[in-house]
Design a protein around this ligand. Structure first.
Ligand code: FAD
Length: 395
């Protein structure tokens, strides 16, 4: 057994026997329902809705959502397993993790009883797809600079603004929209709303043309006086920024999880390639340089997985801090970048051909250093945390 291939659950202390069983279920689903069709979905720029229903039926979605809303009521381990299996196979089209582990928790933690009962069972069975719309054409890292407004109107609010780069934007049925409810109060004037994509005044822009992740839809969204009831407000008025800060560490951690698993998958495939390809009368694997490159990559992946497992332990104990999640995102996504680049080089010219998995892994990896909060912003989060603990103002 090669040390860096996905370690079995026994070698990963936070994981249980049931995680090993679930991993097999997810792996089978990925192999049979996703891998054979992924190239076609890359051409189409989107995965079909029917895949979401199948994933729901197979129990792959929203595993941490309580049983009362149809979920498995599990902890973060099943979510990590599901994401690892998808990332390891290099199939970035279905944005299941964003839907399950990022959007659904906003509904669970801040949604009214009506929102939870209406949407969460549909999130679990895959009949409704979730998205979150924070970013705008003129505000990404600086979320306090968003221009979308939600203005009181009788028994609800009217939301107006433009969002961009929204993952699942073409497919989404329910979107968590970040809007200003009091422009004078900066971060304290931001609120979150759940917008039904069927609402009047809501429109989707085109499916954006990305350099990678071609099977995952990413869109602009337009809200032109969209009316939402009071009950669409998530949590309390003006506390949206606080809720984002509370939920973003999980989003960043899951990006780190995907980065390590994707690096693992790319490495395993490269190991096989260098064992078959010949140059100068020997296998590419037989050059000492190749072994050194592989040794470095394997070591980095091992470190990444160890970090992920340490974060899982902290998550289970309820103390995965914003700083540690940011550290995991920075280190694991930059490690993935180094590993896929090295793997591509070992493929020679074939590594530059899109039909080779390593070429797709290379472009798919790149965005992880940007979305979910860029790695520069992550370094700010880590640095400010260090300074605030030392008593400084952290800037
Ligand atoms: C494929 C994809 C999917 C996405 N999905 C979603 C989604 O589902 N929902 C959503 O809301 N958003 C989504 N995003 C948006 C993503 O989160 C933003 O692109 C990201 O936060 C960066 O914002 P920006 O693009 O406006 O860059 P900017 O904020 O304009 O940043 C430009 C550069 O300046 C740097 N920078 C900015 N501020 C600082 C600072 N204080 N210190 C140092 N450097 C700084 C940045 O790191 C970056 O290098 C997605 C983006 C992509 C590409």
């Amino acid at each position: 057994m090669i040390a860096t291939l996905p370690a079995s659950e026994e070698e990963r202390p936070p994981f249980r026997e049931q995680d090993a069983l679930f991993r097999r279920v997810v792996r089978r689903f990925v192999e049979t329902e996703i891998v054979p069709h992924h190239a076609q979905w890359e051409e189409e720029g989107c995965v079909p809705r029917s895949l979401w229903r199948k994933a729901g039926e197979a129990g792959l979605l929203c595993t941490t959502i309580p049983e009362a809303y149809g979920g498995a009521g599990d902890d973060i381990r099943s979510a990590v397993v599901a994401l690892e299996e998808q990332a390891r196979a290099g199939v970035t089209g279905p944005s299941f993790s964003l839907h399950s582990n990022i959007v659904a928790p906003y509904l669970l933690h801040y949604g009214s009883d009506g929102i939870k009962r209406t949407w969460l069972p549909r999130f679990v069975d895959g009949s409704a797809i979730g998205a979150i719309a924070m970013t705008e054409p003129r505000a990404g890292s600086d979320l306090a600079g968003i221009e979308t407004r939600a203005v009181r109107d009788g028994a609800g609010y009217r939301i107006t603004g433009n969002k961009t780069f929204v993952s699942n934007g073409q497919l989404a049925d329910a979107i968590v929209v970040v809007a200003k409810t009091d422009a004078a109060r900066g971060a304290h004037g931001i609120s979150l709303f759940l917008v039904d994509a069927a609402a009047a005044g809501f429109a989707r822009g085109k499916n954006l043309d990305k350099i990678g992740m071609h099977a995952q839809d990413t869109s602009e969204l337009f809200l032109d006086g969209v009316f939402v009831e009071e009950s669409a407000l998530l949590g309390e008025l003006g506390r949206g920024f606080e809720y984002l800060m509370a939920e973003l560490p999980q989003e960043r951690f899951m990006i780190a999880v995907a980065a390590v698993a994707a690096a693992e998958g790319c490495f395993a495939q490269t190991l096989a390639y260098v064992g078959e390809r010949s140059a100068f009368g020997k296998r590419v694997a037989d050059f000492q340089h190749t072994r050194f490159v592989l040794a470095d990559a394997a070591t980095e992946i091992e470190l990444g997985r160890t970090f992920i497992d340490a974060c899982v332990v902290r998550h289970l104990a309820g103390n995965l801090t914003a700083e540690r999640a940011a550290m995991a995102k920075v280190w694991c996504t930059e490690m993935e970048g180094r590993v896929v680049d090295a793997c591509l080089q070992l493929h020679g010219g074939y590594g530059y051909m899109r039909e080779y998995p390593v070429a797709r892994a290379y472009v798919d990896a790149r965005v992880k250093r940007i979305y979910g909060g860029s790695n520069e912003i992550m370094r700010e989060v880590i640095g400010r945390g260090l300074l605030s603990r030392r008593g400084g103002n952290g800037g």
